[in-house]
Design a protein around this ligand. Structure first.
Ligand SMILES: O=c1ccn([C@H]2C[C@H](O)[C@@H](COP(=O)(O)OP(=O)(O)OP(=O)(O)O)O2)c(=O)[nH]1
Ligand SMILES: [Mg+2]
Length: 147
């Protein structure tokens, strides 16, 4: 399934390509940094992408890490999956954290994360006095064992 998402470029995004799928079966579109920035070990940065989007009602965009950056450099998205709301009109930013031992040098145009559009189900809560009983009950956080 393919949905259409409007994309408006910001001045500092000029010249960067519109995000696209690298292969026909790709789930995510890589997105590129619109800035040069270095993230020191333990540091975080909201990386500029140079564009804004208008996602159709009923959808979101999820921002996910690239496994190569996580594996090779310890660089990941701390809020993964980042949530881009359909009514957000600011610049899409990629939050990155450097868990690695070395400076992570980002050059403009580097692919720093991937985005995945997803359908959203909204809910409304109904407050009640009692909930039904289940086998699990209040057990959680490893209550079923480790094997
Ligand atoms: O990785 C991200 C996550 C969020 N956003 C933008 C789009 C999103 O719609 C907005 C708010 O994100 P979120 O709801 O996750 O952050 P919050 O801390 O709850 O902020 P707010 O009070 O603005 O909702 O920030 C990004 O650009 N990149
Ligand atoms: Mg929020």
């Amino acid at each position: 399934m393919t949905i259409s998402i409007q994309l408006a470029r910001l001045p500092h995004g000029d010249g960067l390509p519109v995000p696209a799928y690298a292969t026909p079966g790709a789930a995510g579109m890589d997105i590129q940094s619109a800035e040069d920035v270095t993230i020191p070990p333990g540091g975080r940065h909201a990386v500029a992408t140079g564009f804004r989007v208008a996602i159709p009602d009923g959808y979101e965009i999820q921002v996910r890490p690239r496994s190569g950056l996580a594996f090779k450099h310890g660089v990941t998205v701390p809020n993964t999956p980042g949530t881009i709301d359909s009514d957000y009109r600011g610049e899409l930013k990629v939050l990155l954290i450097n868990h690695g031992p070395e400076d992570f040098v980002i050059e403009r145009g580097m692919r720093v994360a991937q985005i995945v559009p997803a359908a959203v189900t909204q809910a409304s809560f109904v407050e009640v006095e009692e909930l039904d009983e289940t086998e699990r009950g209040a057990g959680g956080f490893g209550s079923t064992g480790t094997k």
